[in-house]
Every structure is written in structure tokens, then in C-alpha cells.
Write a protein that binds this ligand. Structure first.
Ligand code: ADP
Length: 334
């Protein structure tokens, strides 16, 4: 797994549990979304109702799971967790829904990856709090309607555009999470350092925040690596120098690029004069699969304004040349 990747495996999620904010006021940044959510929840509580279904969209590691847990906590309701990939058949979903209690919050991660076969069931469950459980096969099959208690579904997706329209329409509220500013990540880091009992100086937090790709999960992960380094090589105090030295060892540069990102950029500039070059050719030059270049490296390079995808191929921006310490060519292809 990648040090600067947005997703987490099960082990990391266990470590992260310690760092999760428990209330909306502990949750750093995303002011607008926090205010909106707080209104939605206050209104539901005032009416004595369950909250409307909530859809949260945004890249991995920005706090969607954390917010779902906060919604449950603020509503004083139990949280149930499932995910799109875990639902392969309508029956998988029926099983989960039939065990849900009145007012429960069901967190549905990666909801855009739910199997088609379960979508219809999800629609009626969300809209009418009812599922039709099909018993038997072929002409003898019958649908038995099952009433569900009212619950709140909190769906998470990387992009709302990935959801079928009818599913999107069934959410009463949609909130979007943006990448965090470095100053916000510094606050996330200061909070995490307190919980992990790491002595983190302000300049150290600043150094780590700048390399965290706008993502709290990555910030916390880098903090753990820097802490290891500080314990072994320094007196456990994380200063800017210590953070810099540690992250150099782990090959995370000042913008948060890792070795793969840099090799793609560097091939683009040095082998192809900055492009345009086709994805396949670029992938061969860095000895990686096309998918790795396209899905692992490029999204952040594009977001960071270092690489552009054009109809004629991939192009390095002036910022890419500068970041690699190269002179921006006079007749660059941009
Ligand atoms: P997602 O579900 O979007 O992938 P998570 O909610 O699992 O992201 O968050 C990943 C990690 O980052 C968790 O440890 C969480 O505590 C931390 N985190 C995310 N957003 C924030 C925030 N706004 N403030 C503090 N910590 C955060």
C-alpha cells in the first residue's frame, strides 16, 4: 500500500479509530458542510424524526466515515456499516435491512459500487421503508413485502456523478467534502499528535501538512512515520527538520509526490520534452501498467496542476518543470 494513497486497509482503519473526531465541533474544517449537517440534524431532532438520508461525496480519506459516525452519535442512534462491494446480491442487502432498528443510522460506503441487482431494493427501502423479499424462483416466485423501521442512510461516494439518478434523488441532503487547506491539516495534525502523545512543534506540523495532499488520512499516516523516525533518530520531538528528514527517507516530497508520481512527471519532461505523449507510451517509459499511471499517479498530478490530459496526450505544465528543478522550455506544448 502507498504512503500517500487515499484509501486505508483494515489494519490502518483500526489505528485510525483512535484519531476520529467524535463530534461535529471536533471535526476540523469543512465549515459549510458542518453547518449544513448540523441544521439537518437539529431540525430532525426538533421534529422528533429520523434525519433524511444523507449523501457524502469526496475523495477517500477526507472524513466521510467519520461524519457518518458523528451523525449517529449526534442522533443518539446505533450505527450499522456496510459497503457497495459487500452487497453482491439483493439478498445481502435484504439481510442487513431486515435487522435494522428504528432510528438506526446505516453507513453505506462506496455506495456507487452496489450491484445492480440490489439497486431496486435499495430504492424502495430508502423511499418507502419497505423491501419486497422474493421467495422462490421462476414462475412460482412471490414477493413478500417487508415493512422496515425508519432509518437514516448515510451514503458515501467518491463522486456523486457515479450514482444512478434515481439513487441520487432519494437522498434528502447531499454534502461535498473538499480537499483541506494546509492550515486545516495542521490543526488535524496537532489534534492527532495530542492523542498519540507525540511532541509536534508548529513548524513540524507545517512541514507534514504541506506534503499531505489535502487529505487528513495521509497527514495522520505521515505523522506516524515521522514519529517513528523522531523516536529512533531524535529526542522524539518533531520539528520541521525532523519531519523533512523522515519524509525524505520515505520519498515523499514537498508537494506530497512519491516516487511513482515523480517518475511519471520526470519521464514526461525528460523523455518526451513535456509531451503531448500517449498514456501507453508514458506507461512503458516508467515500466508501469497503464492503469497504474492513469488511476494511481495521474489524479493527484492533475489536481495539483502538474499534468494535463489533452486530446493529443499527456502534457507537463510549467509547474511540473519547476517542481522537478528543471528550466521551463521556451517552446513548451501548453
Ligand atoms: P473517508 O471515509 O472519507 O475515507 P475517514 O472518515 O475514514 O475518511 O477519515 C480518515 C482519517 O482521517 C480518520 O482517522 C479521521 O479521524 C481523520 N479525519 C478525517 N477528516 C477529519 C477532520 N475533518 N478532522 C480530523 N480528523 C479527520
Amino acid at each position: 500500500s502507498r504512503l500517500v494513497g487515499g484509501s486505508a486497509d483494515a489494519d490502518e482503519r483500526a489505528v485510525e479509530a483512535v484519531l476520529r473526531p467524535r463530534t461535529l465541533s471536533e471535526f476540523v474544517g469543512q465549515e459549510r458542510l458542518r453547518e449544513q449537517l448540523s441544521l439537518v440534524l437539529d431540525a430532525a431532532r426538533a421534529r422528533g424524526h429520523t434525519a433524511d438520508h444523507i449523501l457524502l461525496s469526496g475523495p477517500p480519506g477526507l472524513g466521510k466515515t467519520t461524519l457518518a459516525m458523528i451523525v449517529a452519535a449526534e442522533m443518539g442512534a446505533p450505527l450499522r456499516i456496510t459497503s457497495g462491494p459487500a452487497i453482491q446480491h439483493a439478498g445481502d442487502l435484504a439481510a442487513i435491512l431486515s435487522s435494522i432498528g428504528e432510528g438506526d443510522v446505516l453507513f453505506f460506503d462506496e455506495i456507487h459500487r452496489t450491484a445492480r441487482a440490489a439497486e431496486e431494493l435499495l430504492y424502495t427501502a430508502m423511499e418507502d421503508f419497505r423491501v419486497d423479499v422474493v421467495v422462490g424462483k421462476g414462475p412460482g416466485a412471490t414477493a413478500i413485502p417487508l415493512e422496515l423501521p425508519r432509518f437514516t442512510l448515510v451514503g458515501a461516494t467518491t463522486r456523486t456523478g457515479l450514482l444512478p439518478g434515481p439513487l441520487r434523488d432519494r437522498f434528502g441532503f447531499t454534502g461535498h467534502l473538499d480537499l483541506y487547506e494546509p492550515a486545516e491539516l495542521q490543526r488535524v495534525l496537532a489534534r492527532s499528535a495530542g492523542l498519540l502523545e507525540v511532541e509536534l512543534r508548529e513548524d513540524g506540523a507545517h512541514e507534514i501538512a504541506g506534503r499531505s495532499r489535502g487529505t487528513p488520512r495521509i497527514a495522520n499516516r505521515l505523522l506516524r512515520r515521522v514519529r517513528d523516525f523522531a523516536q529512533v533518530r531524535a529526542d522524539s520531538v518533531v520539528t520541521a527538520d525532523i519531519a523533512r528528514s523522515a519524509l525524505e527517507i520515505f520519498e515523499v516530497d514537498t508537494m506530497g509526490l512519491d516516487r511513482l508520481d515523480r517518475s511519471v512527471l520526470s519521464a514526461l519532461c525528460k523523455n518526451f520534452g513535456g509531451g503531448p505523449v500517449g498514456l501507453g507510451t508514458l506507461a512503458v517509459a516508467v515500466a508501469e501498467e497503464r492503469e497504474t499511471v492513469e488511476e494511481v499517479a495521474e489524479p493527484f498530478l492533475v489536481r495539483a496542476g502538474l499534468l494535463a490530459r489533452t486530446p493529443r496526450g499527456r502534457v507537463a505544465t510549467p509547474a511540473a518543470w519547476t517542481h522537478l528543478g528543471l528550466a521551463v522550455p521556451q517552446r513548451a506544448p501548453f
